[in-house]
Design a protein around this ligand. Structure first.
Ligand code: ATP
Ligand code: MG
Length: 576
């Protein structure tokens, strides 16, 4: 490809509003452009990367025994009503009507459509197992689209769905897909971890997420320093403290705390550690009422755990100011569990506190020296906090460390949730009808591109893993308009590289060498070859790997073969 044929608009400055490195570099290198919030156009360079990621994903799916198909993006509401998700899914589901006033949605995922296909196509256990996949656009009306294609509204996902007569067979396919996801990450040169995960609105019994480790990751993952245990913090259980609650030592007192609303303000005001100051959060109940959740001031509420408690509305919603007023008789900053007339859940760690401080349920006042059982009833105990670094590992081995991760893939054992609600049955060997067991497996193809950049960049730009670079070699003639020797040498070399099957980008633009070098580095092309008059006089080209700081002389004679070899080595580094 000749760069002169590309309208390449690279940006020197960091674009406004692009918070994370991958978003900045994708815009600066001209891989994507925003159309509207969460909607992106992929420019030719970006598409080349995207297609490579898709190709790797397809190879691994095929290797895992999956078959590719393609389902519509627009899906009829009836199917979603059958599964029950038309009402459950919430505003991420973009609903629309056709000219006949029939309800449809844009597919955020395809369990309903595939289960409909499965109940029509699969009749006998002899046809099982089946594992179908597609690479397709999804639409989710995300509340906060951000970070470019990392969390967009329209994105490309590879989603696969498997069907089985029994659970053992599902577990075998799950294993193969789990391994395939690991291979995809390896081939993309990604440092990742597979962690236990919550099954969320998709439903099901067992699931793992694949996280690319990066500071910018939106997820926190907890892993044991003493075992293989790893889980999303959303899911990781916080074990109840083993030490018994200390005996009450102080008497209950009400203290005036004018304007003291937050835990930070309260700990400073009372000179108490945050672990002794309990937070009381009022959330909406299932029945429209309110429920109180009490956690230690130094702990964070875990919404995924809390919304599973009996009586708590899912998804978790904070109570409105009016609801707080009705339940506690004050504004949110002064709420406490003493004398509350609603259901109270206390986190295990909060329950282990004695002589604690909390809101007094009246403006500008708190209580100190409060003790469970003595000053208020023992509440229901629950695990509703996020684990912290240093907490004991839930498997009893070692302690937890926390890392940030970008969720790039998610595999689920769904069980019979969809096959039962939608009647996807097959005949077993005895001729009895059985709902099929199902697995589903998603990988964010567009998100993978951004995640790869999060792990592969430097201060000059992207440093693509060779397997997904838009081009392998950049061929840069120095001042060809001035040098006949450069012009004569470049063209045959370009042709030789093309013939050898090397993906080569020829920078034939009429711009200064410094501009070319900066662009090629920003684009992250793994191998750069400069054709200059001085080198040519000595029969040599200047070669530099994107990862190296210095040039190497590369003999002009046999240069195409030598480059091909380097490209091969680069790609092989990531294959397994
Ligand atoms: P998240 O927690 O990040 O919202 P999710 O749990 O909703 O993800 P899944 O439904 O499991 O995601 O979708 C499978 C994969 O699709 C994810 O692992 C991710 O790679 C990708 N994905 C999900 N939502 C988006 C999005 N808004 N933009 C880009 N990729 C996405
Ligand atoms: Mg989501």
């Amino acid at each position: 490809m000749r760069l002169s044929e590309f309208p390449l608009n690279t940006l020197k400055e960091v674009p406004a509003g692009a918070e994370i490195v991958s978003h900045q570099l994708m815009l600066r290198a001209g891989l994507i452009r925003q159309l509207a919030a969460g909607l992106y156009t992929w420019l030719p360079l970006g598409v080349r990367v995207l297609r490579k990621v898709e190709a790797i994903v397809r190879e691994e799916m095929d290797r895992a025994g999956a078959q590719e198909l393609l389902m519509p993006m627009v899906q009829p509401a009836e199917l979603w009503r059958e599964s029950g998700r038309w009402d459950q899914f919430g505003p991420e589901l973009l609903r629309l009507r056709d000219r006949h006033q029939r309800d449809f949605c844009l597919g955020p995922t395809h369990e309903e459509v595939i289960t409909d296909l499965a109940r029509r196509e699969l009749k006998s256990y002899k046809q099982l197992p089946v594992n179908w996949y597609q690479v397709q656009s999804k639409f989710r009306d995300e509340i906060r689209p951000r970070f470019g294609v990392m969390r967009s509204r329209e994105f490309i996902m590879k989603d696969a769905y498997s069907f089985h007569l029994d659970e053992a067979c599902l577990a075998r396919t799950y294993e193969r897909m789990y391994a395939a996801y690991g291979r995809v990450c390896d081939r993309l040169g990604l440092a990742y971890r597979a962690v236990e995960a919550d099954t969320g609105s998709i439903g099901g019994n067992l699931s793992h997420e694949f996280h690319v480790l990066a500071e910018s990751g939106e997820d926190a993952i907890a892993f044991s320093t003493g075992s293989d245990y790893a889980a999303n913090v959303e899911l990781a259980p916080a074990l109840p403290p083993t030490a018994p609650r200390p005996a009450a030592d102080r008497t209950l007192e009400r203290v005036a705390t004018p304007g003291v609303r937050t835990i930070a303000e309260l700990t400073a005001f009372l000179e108490l550690p945050a672990a002794q100051c309990l937070k009381t959060l009022i959330v909406q109940g299932e029945d429209g009422g309110a429920v109180a959740l009490v956690i230690r001031g130094d702990h964070e509420l875990n919404a995924v755990k809390a919304e599973k408690l009996p009586g708590v509305a899912a998804p978790l919603r904070m109570a409105t100011a009016e609801q707080v007023q009705a339940a506690a008789g004050c504004e949110p900053g002064f709420v406490g569990p003493v004398g509350l007339g609603i259901q109270v859940y206390a986190d295990h760690a909060a329950l282990a506190a004695a002589d604690f401080a909390c809101g007094a349920n009246e403006a500008d006042a708190h209580l100190v020296g409060v003790n469970w059982g003595r000053d208020l009833p023992e509440p229901a105990a629950a695990d509703i906090r996020n684990v912290l670094a240093g907490d004991p590992s839930p498997d009893g081995q070692g302690t937890l460390a926390i890392a940030r991760g970008i969720e790039v893939g998610h595999v689920f054992q769904l069980g019979r949730k969809y096959s039962e609600s939608m009647g996807a049955l097959v005949l077993d060997a005895e001729g009895r009808e059985q709902p099929m067991f199902m697995g589903c497996y998603g990988i964010g193809v567009t998100r993978l591109v951004a995640a790869a950049i999060e792990q592969h960049f430097d201060d000059r730009g992207i440093v693509w893993p060779e397997t997904i670079a838009p081009f392998q070699v950049a061929l840069v003639p120095m001042n060809p308009q001035k040098s006949e020797a450069v012009r004569t040498a470049v063209e045959p070399l370009y042709q030789a590289l093309l013939e050898a099957g090397v993906e080569v980008l020829l920078d034939d633009r009429d711009v200064r060498p410094g501009v070319k070098f900066a662009d090629i580095e920003l684009l992250g092309i793994p191998h750069r070859v400069v054709v200059g008059e001085r080198g040519l006089a000595a029969g040599a080209l200047e070669y530099r790997s994107r990862r190296a700081e210095d040039n190497e002389a590369l003999p002009l004679e046999g240069a195409a073969a030598a480059l091909l070899e380097r490209v091969r080595q680069g790609i092989d580094r990531h294959q397994r």
